[in-house]
Design a protein around this ligand. Structure first.
Ligand SMILES: [Zn+2]
Length: 409
């Protein structure tokens, strides 16, 4: 009955407070991968926390590097005839944002409140890999072997988009060879039912921007004359995604969800926790169930959106000044469903420049100045300045106004 014994050990690990102790120590390490000042903490998490924990279980550990990013690789051989299970986790967390936590809570201190534990990384991903390492421990203590060969990789840059992970996997192809990969990261469907994903949703993040001109200009004097980059980019977004979140670019979505994927998803219910958001039934691809939308399809998200003028790197919203915004920036994310066709790594206008798909979809082809992610601009809206539109009525009116202002009619 080694299975029962292993489960009893795992329960005891939790009940005696040892799991909480281990997790609290790991949470207390501010492993913010987005903060360059934490580089030494990232190394220390691997050297001082992960290595001892895995070495105690008979793993051989080594640190691999790609650029400035450290990766811990651990390996334990049980029986060469048995399959190899590859485990994955990440020890980094997003920024702590200490000021944003409720009274009495801190990102770097595991705190119990009600039936919950608070602290950065508890649910992503220190909790998960701590549980997995504890599970290996419980099995080893119960029967002296795992029954499979184990490999484990812990990266420290996942929250930065896993820099170097792809290169590392290509470089260490033989070292990482395994029969199954178990990556305990990402969402679960329900707290009461274990979730196993057989694929992972990928994402492509990109910025779109138009820097139309320097400074803000009063809409009373310039409205209708100066292009508005915020409006132009709003149209760009509207060409990508409809008013209810449906992606409008056929190449960015799968042609259909395969029948076997539909069958598996039929049994999955997407729940949100008591404090989670309510699902908007009318959002996304019409005709799909919530599980199909999130696991079998692609989605497009605007992560940030700002318009205004920029002084010394500081952005001022233009609207409150009644001024024409000078610049617009947005950050977008395209998520790819498990059954999704591979979306292009970049949106079409990056590949085809501004003249083709953008023009076809009624997007601005001619933002005022060259500073735009939409492609090369010819400056045509910058009336008369480049001589192209000399003779335009606005040009002669402007020249007249200038002469008048200069007292030189
Ligand atoms: Zn994660």
């Amino acid at each position: 009955m080694t299975r029962d014994a292993a489960i009893a050990r795992a329960e005891a690990y939790f009940d005696t407070g040892r799991f909480r102790q281990d997790l609290a120590r790991r949470v207390a390490m501010p492993t913010e991968s987005q903060n360059p000042e934490r580089a030494s903490v990232l190394v220390s998490y691997l050297e001082d926390e992960m290595k001892p924990a895995l070495e105690q279980l008979g793993f051989r550990c080594r640190t691999l590097e790609v650029g400035r990013w450290p990766f811990l690789f651990a390996e334990r051989e049980d029986d060469p005839d048995r399959p190899t299970v590859f485990g994955y986790g990440h020890g980094d967390v997003i920024r702590g944002l200490d000021e944003g936590w409720s009274e009495g809570l801190s990102p770097w201190s595991l705190t119990e409140r009600g039936d919950r534990w608070y602290g950065r990384g508890v649910v992503d991903n220190k909790g998960q890999h701590s549980i997995n390492i504890a599970a290996l421990t419980a099995v080893l203590e119960s029967r002296g072997k795992l029954g499979f060969n184990a490999k484990y990789l812990i990266e420290m840059g996942e929250e930065m988009g896993s820099p170097g992970l792809r290169e590392l996997c290509a470089r260490e192809r033989d070292l990482f060879r395994a029969d199954v990969l178990i990556a305990s990261d990402g969402p679960r469907l329900s707290a009461s039912r274990p979730t196993v994903f057989l694929g992972s949703r990928g994402g492509v993040t990109f910025d779109l921007w138009i820097d139309a001109r320097k400074g803000g200009h009063h809409s009373g004097n310039w409205g209708g004359l100066l292009s508005d980059p915020a409006i132009q980019l709003a149209h760009a977004i509207a060409s990508v995604v409809g008013p209810t979140g449906q992606i409008r670019i056929p190449e960015w979505v799968p042609g259909e969800i395969p029948a076997n994927v539909r069958r598996v998803l039929a049994d999955c219910e997407v729940e949100s926790d008591s404090d989670g958001p309510a699902i908007d039934p009318g959002w996304g691809e019409p005709g799909l169930t919530p599980a199909e939308k999130v696991f079998g399809w692609c989605s497009f998200t605007v992560l940030a959106y700002a318009a205004g003028t920029e002084d010394a790197g500081e952005r001022h919203p233009a609207a409150c000044l009644g001024a024409m915004p000078a610049a617009f920036r947005g950050r977008y994310r395209l998520a790819r469903g498990a059954a999704g066709s591979a979306p292009p790594p970049r949106p079409p206008w990056f590949r085809h420049r501004a003249d083709r798909p953008v023009a076809r979809r009624g997007l601005p082809c001619h933002p005022a100045r060259p500073g735009s992610s939409l492609g090369p601009m010819d400056g045509r809206l910058d009336r008369g300045d480049n001589g192209k539109e000399a003779g335009h009525p606005a040009q002669s009116r402007r020249l007249a106004a200038e002469r008048h202002l200069l007292g030189n009619p």
